[in-house]
Design a protein around this ligand. Structure first.
Ligand SMILES: Cc1cc2nc3c(=O)[nH]c(=O)nc-3n(C[C@H](O)[C@H](O)[C@H](O)COP(=O)(O)OP(=O)(O)OC[C@H]3O[C@@H](n4cnc5c(N)ncnc54)[C@H](O)[C@@H]3O)c2cc1C
Length: 543
């Protein structure tokens, strides 16, 4: 994986971005020794201290070593606030800095993709691709696989208060389940995580490291792709390579014999298309980017999960707040991790989850809780000194839509990321209803011994109007942007069901940006499934 001094040879495939999707693709495509694969990553290697330690999440986001450190536009739905919008900039991409929760979503999500004009993407068709990459700790069965590379394990730490929360959720009508990934995810359970023996397993570790010895696979880090090279053909235009800057190298262009594959994520992929002249004509004209192909949907249709971080003080128990605020507590946590790979340092920040319907009009769960045995005002700030928990709740299928638009033709400049959270009446209603639902759980009998007191937003806030305002004050991203290069065949579709860019030959997009609608859960496993299925499509084209 050293930086090559000469790249004069032509590669068959160039994959842009070594994130959740890119690492898997590099593995699958280079399995054929007759094709040469080049994987380019703008970030550095993943040998940073905090990446393998699960709780290190708190130190890798908002850190330029590992994060692009984007900021969203001030959002009216968030009462004018803008958010730090973390995206991994390192081998493994977001899988190196994410919260490791393994969640597929619901069959209805994929059936909806198929019904939107994407044959082959219904749940029964995608299930084998979830299973293929999976190494499930409890072994294979009808929905799980154990022959893949991606390890899925159980949590390694218990909190009394979370056990009580599970009982309280059950008393409120949300049953205990063992595994969220068997059906429509209704119920409450501990999240399963992408860890191996208590250590984060990013997609570099899972898919790339085991095959990096392959002579037909070249991986270059600190290689920032600046533009796609497009050439005129009889039929139209074809992507034939990339312009890029590689740290310490004079190489500035590389060609691809077969395909260029864009896996730069939901922010990077539309930005790179736009600076290359593929996107909404008016936007490109505004920034003097010569138009190569008008595709109005590039950067549109941005969707994300907004979590409303309600916080409750608790009594008569220990939460992470006390442990992190005491020297002895910190030392104990460090020792437990070093000796047993257990304890709070193995923690994904959210350990416990629940899925339910905010009202009966939804056929399947439309809200998800991430319950944390800790509280803090903002990511990056210290934990509160008092014991508290954060049962944050999000709308799984928001109807608000935003966009990613370039603000300059230069890839070094961040694009405009506008979410428009809570901008529809439906999203506002779900926000208010889900906050009331959280209060019902918190006042159930099982939590009574812990005397919960609502710290944020505060129990005096009751009307719809005030709850929606509070959702805007407390709401923050769960870092699930998708949809900015959506798959389909309508005017705003960017790729077809084979993930080929409409109107441009030799160019596919394979990452979270192709989701037409957001999945009803966390987005890493669906992105890995997308890459697995797309790899299969590409390999079939070779024959
Ligand atoms: C803080 C955080 C927590 C999250 N928690 C969870 C969770 O617990 N569970 C879950 O399911 N999902 C979670 N997610 C979301 C999930 O990780 C993402 O949906 C998924 O990783 C997206 O994968 P991707 O391949 O589309 O993009 P990425 O993984 O972002 O990969 C894109 C890669 O492309 C590189 N790149 C971008 N532009 C260029 C360029 N011009 N040249 C070269 N390289 C480029 C980037 O550096 C990056 O490595 C979280 C995300 C974050 C940020």
């Amino acid at each position: 994986m050293s930086q090559p001094s000469s790249l004069s040879e032509h590669f068959d495939y160039i994959i842009i971005g070594a994130g959740s999707a890119g690492c898997l693709l590099a593995n699958r495509l280079s399995a054929n020794p007759d094709v040469n694969v080049l994987l380019l990553e703008a970030g550095k290697k993943d040998n940073y201290f905090w990446i393998p330690i699960p709780i290190g999440y708190l130190f890798t986001i908002n850190n330029p070593r590992t994060d692009w450190c984007y900021k969203t536009q001030p959002d009216p739905g968030l009462n004018g606030r803008s958010l730090n919008y973390a995206r991994g900039k390192v081998l493994g991409g977001c899988s190196s800095i994410n919260a490791m929760i393994y969640m597929r979503g619901q069959p209805r999500d994929y059936n909806e993709w198929a019904s939107l004009g994407n044959p082959g993407w219904d749940f029964n068709s995608v299930l084998p691709y979830f299973k293929k990459s999976e190494n499930y700790i409890h072994g294979a069965d009808d929905v799980h696989g154990d022959q893949g590379e991606l390890r899925i394990e159980e949590r390694r730490v218990n909190w009394e208060i979370l056990e009580a929360w599970r009982d309280a959720a059950e008393q409120t009508g949300i049953p205990k389940v063992a595994d969220f990934n068997r059906g429509d995810n209704f119920g409450n359970s501990y999240f399963q995580v992408n860890q191996h023996n208590g250590v984060r397993q990013n997609t570099n570790k899972a898919f790339l490291k085991p095959v990096r010895h392959r002579p037909n696979l070249t991986v270059i880090t600190e290689a920032h792709v600046k533009k796609l090279i497009l050439e005129k053909t009889d039929k139209g235009k074809r992507a034939t390579g990339v312009e890029l800057h590689i740290k310490g190298s004079a190489v500035s262009k590389i060609n691809a014999r077969r395909e260029v594959i864009l896996s730069a994520g939901s922010i990077g992929s539309p930005q790179l298309l736009q600076v290359s002249g593929i996107g909404p004509a008016k936007l490109l004209q505004k920034y003097q980017v010569p138009l190569q192909h008008h595709l109005p949907g590039v950067g549109a249709n941005l969707q994300d999960h907004l979590q409303i971080r309600m916080m409750f003080k608790v009594h008569n128990t220990v939460t992470m707040n006390q442990r992190a605020n005491s020297l002895l507590g910190k030392a104990r946590m460090g020792l437990e991790y070093l000796l047993f790979r257990s304890g709070p340092l193995t923690m994904a920040p959210s350990q416990l989850g629940a899925f339910a319907r905010s009202d009966d009009s939804y056929e399947t769960p439309n809200i998800e809780w991430h319950v944390q045995p800790l509280s803090l005002d903002k990511f990056g700030e210290p934990l509160h000194s008092f014991p508290a928990i954060t049962p944050s709740v999000c709308n799984l299928r928001p109807t608000s839509r935003g966009h990613v638009h370039i603000l300059s033709p230069d890839m070094n400049n961040q694009p405009e990321i506008k979410l428009n959270y809570l901008s529809t009446a439906e999203d506002q209603k779900v926000a208010a209803d889900s906050m009331r639902f959280t209060r019902r759980i918190m006042s159930a009998d099982a939590l009574r011994p812990y005397q919960p007191e609502e710290w944020r937003p505060g129990s005096s806030i009751e009307s719809d109007e005030n709850l929606i305002k509070a959702a805007g004050d407390l709401g923050t991203t769960i870092f699930h942007p998708v949809g900015t290069c959506k798959m389909g065949n309508d005017e705003y579709a960017v790729v077809d069901e084979q993930l080929r860019v409409h109107g441009i030959e030799g160019l596919r997009i394979i990452d979270a940006s192709i989701m037409p609608t957001i999945t009803s859960g966390n987005t890493n496993a669906p992105t890995i499934m997308i890459a697995e299925k797309a790899a299969d499509m590409i390999i079939k084209c070779q024959n």
